[in-house]
Design a protein around this ligand. Structure first.
Ligand code: BDR
Ligand code: CA
Length: 310
C-alpha cells in the first residue's frame, strides 16, 4: 500500500514514521510532507530529515509544506514538544539529505496523478497541506484511497472542545471532512487509550538498538511533558495509531458516523462534532476509532522496534 505521511514531527509523529518504515511494515512510503503545527514548518522539516537519518530512510523524499494555517494565524505546541519540536534525544546536527525543492502541496498532487494505484494519505498534523491540495486540484480525489488521520475527538486538549491538530486549522479540517473522501479518524477518545509508560521505556531499552533507544528518549521527554501539562500517567502516542492501523487493521474498533467541523463557535472553534447517536440524520463520512486491542497494539509496537535490530 502506498502512503504519504503528512506530519509535524513531533515526538508521536516520529514514532508513526518509525512504525511505517520498520521491517515489519508492508507500506510503501511515497514521501513525507511537513506542515506548520507542533512547531514552525522549517523546524518540522528539519526534524523529519533527521528522523530519516536515524532510521536509514535515505530514499524517501521529504517535501516542506504550508507555513501557516489557511485562514487564521499559526499556533504551536512548544510546551509539549519543546523548542525544536523534538526535544529530548540527541539528534544529528545536520541531516544528510535536503528537502525537495517542490512544495508539499504540489508533491502530493503530482504523486496522486502519477501513481498507478491509489495512495493513502496519513496526516498527523494540522490538515492545511491536504486541504490546500484538494482546493488546488480537486481531481486528485479519485486517486486517494483513504485519509487516515489523527485529530479531533469528543473532547479537547487545546481548548475544552478542540484537539490541537483540528484547532490549528479548522478551516482546512472542514475542507477535508466535507470532501467526500473516506476518512478514518483517530481522535483523543482512542489515542488517550494508547499510553506509553515507564514500562514501555524499559522494554525499549531492553531491545537495545539505536532506533529503540531513540524512541525511548523521545518517550521520556514526551511523558514528562504530559505529566507536567496534563498530569497524565503516561504519554499518549496519538499519531502512531494511524500507522498501527495500516499495519494491522484488526487492532482498532470503529463506528461509522458523521463528523462536522466547528469553525464559528466562541468556545468551540475546532471542535469535531461526532454524531455517535445519529441525531443529525446525516450520512456518515468518517470511521471514528473508539477502542483497541491493547495486546495486539503493543505486540506490533515491540515487533516493529525489534525489526531495527536486524
Ligand atoms: C496531536 O497534536 C500534536 O501535538 C501531536 O503530534 C498529535 O498529532 C495530539 O493532539
Ligand atoms: Ca502530530
Amino acid at each position: 500500500m502506498k502512503v504519504i505521511l503528512d506530519c509535524d514531527p513531533g515526538h508521536d509523529d516520529a514514532i508513526a514514521i518509525i512504525l511505517a518504515a520498520s521491517k515489519i511494515s508492508p507500506l510503501d512510503i511515497v514521501g513525507i510532507t511537513t506542515v506548520s503545527g507542533n512547531v514552525e514548518v522549517e523546524k518540522n522539516t528539519l526534524n523529519a530529515l533527521k528522523i530519516c537519518d536515524i532510521i536509514g530512510l535515505d530514499d524517501v523524499p521529504v517535501a516542506q509544506g504550508a507555513t501557516r494555517p489557511m485562514v487564521k494565524k499559526s499556533e504551536i505546541a512548544e510546551e509539549i514538544h519543546g523548542e525544536t519540536g523534538l526535544d529530548g534525544p540527541n539528534l544529528p546536527l545536520t541531516p544528510k539529505k535536503a528537502a525537495t525543492s517542490q512544495h508539499a502541496i504540489d508533491f502530493i498532487i503530482e504523486q496522486l496523478h502519477n501513481s498507478a494505484e491509489p495512495i493513502t494519505l496519513v496526516p498527523t498534523g494540522p490538515l492545511t497541506n491536504i486541504a490546500m491540495a484538494l482546493v488546488k486540484d480537486p481531481s486528485i480525489k479519485k486517486n486517494i484511497n483513504e485519509i487516515v488521520l489523527m485529530g479531533g475527538g469528543t473532547f479537547g486538549n487545546w481548548t475544552p472542545a478542540a484537539e490541537f491538530n483540528i484547532y490549528v486549522d479548522a478551516e482546512a479540517a472542514k475542507v477535508v471532512f466535507e470532501s467526500g473522501i473516506l476518512i478514518r479518524m483517530f481522535g483523543l477518545d482512542v489515542t488517550h487509550q494508547v499510553l506509553a509508560t515507564k514500562e514501555t521505556v524499559g522494554h525499549l531499552r531492553e531491545i537495545n538498538n539505536p532506533v529503540s533507544e531513540f524512541v525511548a528518549e523521545l518517550l521520556v521527554f514526551f511523558m514528562q511533558a504530559y505529566k507536567d501539562h496534563f498530569d497524565f500517567p503516561g504519554g499518549p502516542i496519538h499519531d502512531a495509531c494511524t500507522v498501527a492501523h495500516l499495519l494491522d487493521p484488526t487492532i482498532f474498533e470503529f463506528e461509522h458516523v458523521h463528523v462536522a467541523i466547528e469553525t464559528k463557535g466562541e468556545h468551540t472553534y475546532g471542535m469535531t462534532a461526532v454524531d455517535r447517536l445519529g441525531v443529525t440524520g446525516r450520512e456518515p463520512n468518517t470511521y471514528f476509532a473508539t477502542g483497541l486491542d491493547q495486546g495486539k497494539f503493543w505486540r506490533l509496537f515491540k515487533k516493529a522496534m525489534e525489526s531495527y535490530s536486524d
